[in-house]
Design a protein around this ligand. Structure first.
Ligand SMILES: [Zn+2]
Length: 403
């Protein structure tokens, strides 16, 4: 019985983590049938198990995650919790998904876990998996990241699904998309200062540029592209989503801006750079993305992108979107900028220094891609945040790496 109690607690944590922090007695009992609990014994134990469930439900999701990490080895792996859930609307051979790291540094464990989940779905159904290197902000690029991301992607996502694309190679697609939006009067060029625009947005008032004709907007767009036209900071392309939108993040958000910083790959060839929501939507439409799994902090961006799809008349191909909670890894430095500084200062020997949580380092230490896949599968499509410390994280990863 002692063992059963522990297992009940583990299943309650697991169930709670999957359902917004609230475990259900029925689910826990049916899971325990896989652990040898007999239907005839339910009556005998149900009060005890019910007590365990309500204890677990009083814990915060962080505490549940922490405790589950300690208990989960107790529970059977044959109970069907392994394996991916079904992806809504997924068709065999036709699942197209992506992972979009920025070019600011190589992969670390956070990337590997998020990306692996999408990769596993593509692997399960068949289709295409894009790794899209996002580098349309010329100020935030680490030149070596391109090669490292390519190499690490090939290692983490083997098979024929992988396709690597680089956004700065695809500027025409973004310009075309911007011009389509201008033609559909869904975008306009705004010359208000950031401060002025912020005030209009706060007061839910239209900025003066919003009333300009389509013709005027096209002329202003040309002036953005022209080196003798607008200067950096003078003008941005905005999406006409509504200045009265109840979500302030939606109010006529920017799509493209002028940035004269020299681009690592494209030099000074372009002066207008798409911002994330324009580039992402144009790429997703172009690749016919079917499903997207992204961090839940991107919820507003997902909504912005959905609106761009609608403005372009592409409602029928809006991808299904699933959100993931944050995995907060305590006592682990995951900032690429910080790691880079510490490498440059000599604190670490390189990106594959054994103390760093990068994929380059873990690969060198003998971890296999499957360890990350299994870890990602275990986390699943959950919006709950998880907190783990270094020791817990590596304990789990080691388990997955062994078998
Ligand atoms: Zn304006």
């Amino acid at each position: 019985m002692k063992d059963l109690e522990k297992k009940a607690r583990a299943y309650a944590m697991k169930n709670a983590l999957a359902y917004q922090g609230v475990a259900r007695l029925g689910s826990v009992i049916s899971a325990l049938f896989n652990e040898g609990l007999k239907p005839s014994e339910v009556k005998k134990y149900s009060k005890k198990i019910s007590g365990i469930v309500s204890e677990v439900n009083k814990l915060s999701p962080e505490e549940q995650a922490k405790e589950f990490a300690k208990l989960e080895n107790l529970i059977s792996v044959r109970e069907g919790r392994e394996g991916l859930p079904e992806l809504p609307g997924a068709k065999k051979g036709k699942v197209i998904m992506r992972f979009a790291p920025s070019a600011s540094g190589p992969f670390h464990i956070g990337h590997a876990l998020t990306a692996s989940l999408s990769f596993l779905f593509v692997k399960k159904y068949g289709g295409k998996f894009y790794v899209r290197i996002e580098d349309t902000n010329p100020e935030n690029i680490y030149p070596r990241a391109y090669e490292m991301i390519k190499k690490e992607s090939a290692w983490l996502f083997p098979g024929n699904f992988l396709k690597i694309i680089i956004q700065s190679d695809r500027m025409k697609i973004y310009y075309d998309c911007a011009e389509k939006l201008l033609r559909k009067k869904a975008a306009y060029v705004c010359t208000c200062s950031q401060e002025e625009f912020k005030q209009y947005a706060e007061q839910k008032k239209n900025c003066p540029c919003r009333g300009n004709s389509a013709k005027e907007n096209f002329e202003r767009w040309k002036k953005m592209l022209d080196k003798n036209g607008f200067k950096e900071g003078d003008a941005v392309l905005r999406f006409r989503s509504g200045m009265q939108d109840k979500n302030p993040a939606m109010r006529d958000f920017p799509l493209a801006r002028i940035n004269l910083t020299r681009h690592v790959r494209r030099g000074n060839r372009y002066r207008v750079w798409p911002l994330m929501n324009l580039a992402v939507t144009a790429d997703d439409i172009d690749a016919k993305m079917t499903h997207i799994i992204r961090a839940k902090d991107h919820r507003d961006n997902a909504e912005r992108q959905r609106r761009i799809y609608l403005a372009l008349g592409r409602k029928s191909i809006i991808p299904w979107t699933g959100f993931l909670g944050r995995i907060h890894l305590k006592d682990m430095e995951l900032s690429k900028t910080k790691m880079r500084q510490d490498i440059e200062s000599g604190k670490y020997s390189g990106w594959d220094d054994p103390r760093l949580p990068t994929i380059a380092s873990l690969k060198k230490r003998g971890y296999k891609p499957e360890a990350f896949w299994k870890f990602a599968e275990r986390i699943g499509l959950s919006e709950n945040d998880k907190v783990m410390d270094r020791e817990e994280f590596f304990k789990l990863l080691d388990t997955f790496n062994r078998g």
